[in-house]
Design a protein around this ligand. Structure first.
Ligand code: AMP
Ligand code: ZN
Ligand code: FE
Ligand code: FE
Length: 302
C-alpha cells in the first residue's frame, strides 16, 4: 500500500531542517502600531516564502492567538513574541520576548499597567500638540484605530500626516513626537533588568531589539551590553532593517564575545514604515533561519 499525502499535510513537516529557510522574527500588527491584521500579515509572509515568523507587538499579546491560527493554516512556524520599551536616556531601548507564555498572569498584569500608562501619555501628547495650536483630538485617533490594543506615537504621527501638519512620519517624529520633539512624553515603566525578568517569568527569552537605537558604539556599547548580560539578557537582534552592514558585523562580533543568542527581523510596521519589507534586513538582505540561533527557532510552534 502506498501512503498518500492528505490535503492537510504540512508543506514543511516539523522534522525538516529549516535552516535554509527565510524567516522574520520582528513583526508588528494592527494590534499595536503595524497596519496589517495578524491574519493578513501571516498571509503576506507566507506569500513571501517565509517559514518561521514571530509577531512582536508593543505591550500587547492580542495578536498572538490569531497569528498562531493563521500560521497553522499556512504551515508556518510561529514564535509568540512581544516588544517592551525600557527606561533609557540616550535613545530607544526595546527588549523582545520570544517564546512567551502569553497567558502568564504576571505578564498580563504588567501589560495592563503599560496600557494605562500609554492612555495617559497619549492624552498628554495631544494636550501638548493642542497647546502648540495643532487641533488634533484623541477621539479622532482612537476612533480611526478602534481595534488597536496598544495605541502609540505612530498613530498620532499618522494623524499629523493625514491632516497636513507634517509631510512625513519622520517629520512628525523629528518635530513633535520623538525624544527631541516639541510634544515628546516618555512612557517607559520598567528598567531593563525588570523587563528581562518579566519576560523570563513568562517563560520567554529576552533579546535586545535593534541595538542601533541605543546610539552607542565601541567601548560604551560594550559596557552597556555587559550590564544587560549581567541582568540575564539572552540574545541580541543582529539582523534588522534599522542596521547598516557595518553594524550587523559589529553586533555579530558582540554576540560571539558575550555568548549571546542571535535574532533577526525586519521590524515591519506596514504603512507606518514605508521602506521596510517582511523578511528583509538592511539593504535587501534576506533573513534566513541559519543566521539566527537554533535555541530561538526551537521556541516556534507548528
Ligand atoms: P511608542 O511605542 O508609542 O513609543 O512608539 C514607538 C514606535 O514609533 C516604534 O515602534 C518606532 O518604530 C516608531 N517610530 C519611531 N520613530 C519613527 C519614525 N521616524 N517613523 C516611523 N515610526 C517611528
Ligand atoms: Zn512600533
Ligand atoms: Fe522597536
Ligand atoms: Fe518593533
Amino acid at each position: 500500500m502506498t501512503l498518500r499525502a492528505t490535503p492537510f499535510e504540512p508543506v514543511n513537516p516539523p522534522s525538516m531542517d529549516r535552516s535554509e529557510n527565510r524567516i522574520d522574527l520582528h513583526l508588528h500588527t494592527d494590534k499595536s502600531d503595524g497596519t496589517a491584521t495578524p491574519s493578513d500579515l501571516v498571509k503576506l509572509c507566507a506569500g513571501e516564502g517565509l517559514t518561521v515568523i514571530a509577531i512582536t507587538d508593543h505591550d500587547t499579546i492580542n495578536g498572538l492567538e490569531e497569528g498562531i491560527q493563521a500560521c497553522q493554516s499556512y504551515h508556518l512556524g510561529f514564535i509568540p513574541g512581544i516588544e517592551i520599551s525600557s527606561k533609557y536616556e540616550g535613545g530607544a531601548l526595546h527588549i523582545l520576548g520570544y517564546g512567551i507564555d502569553y497567558q502568564n498572569t504576571t505578564l498580563l498584569g504588567e501589560l495592563k499597567r503599560f496600557q494605562d500608562v500609554r492612555r495617559k501619555r497619549n492624552e498628554k501628547i495631544i494636550d501638548k500638540l493642542q497647546s502648540l495650536g495643532i487641533d488634533i483630538s484623541l477621539s479622532h485617533i482612537t476612533w480611526e484605530s478602534r481595534e488597536v490594543s496598544s495605541l502609540g506615537r505612530p498613530h498620532i504621527g499618522s494623524a499629523l500626516v493625514e491632516s497636513g501638519i507634517v509631510q512625513t512620519m519622520d517629520e512628525a517624529f523629528d518635530q513633535y513626537l520623538g525624544r527631541h520633539g516639541k510634544a515628546f512624553v516618555s512612557k517607559e515603566v520598567l528598567v531593563s533588568a525588570e523587563t528581562i525578568d518579566l519576560i523570563h517569568r513568562a517563560g520567554g527569552l529576552a533579546f535586545l531589539a535593534h541595538p542601533a537605537t541605543l546610539n552607542l558604539t565601541g567601548l560604551s556599547l560594550d559596557e552597556y551590553l555587559k550590564k544587560l548580560v549581567a541582568e540575564q539578557l539572552d540574545g541580541i537582534e543582529v539582523y534588522s532593517s534599522a542596521h547598516s552592514t557595518k553594524q550587523i558585523t559589529d553586533y555579530q562580533e558582540l554576540a560571539r564575545k558575550f555568548k549571546l543568542l542571535v535574532s533577526g527581523g525586519s521590524d515591519y510596521h506596514g504603512h507606518h514604515k514605508q521602506n521596510v519589507r517582511v523578511g528583509i534586513a538592511n539593504g535587501g538582505l534576506g533573513i534566513e533561519g541559519k543566521m539566527v540561533s537554533k535555541a530561538l527557532l526551537d521556541t516556534a510552534v507548528y
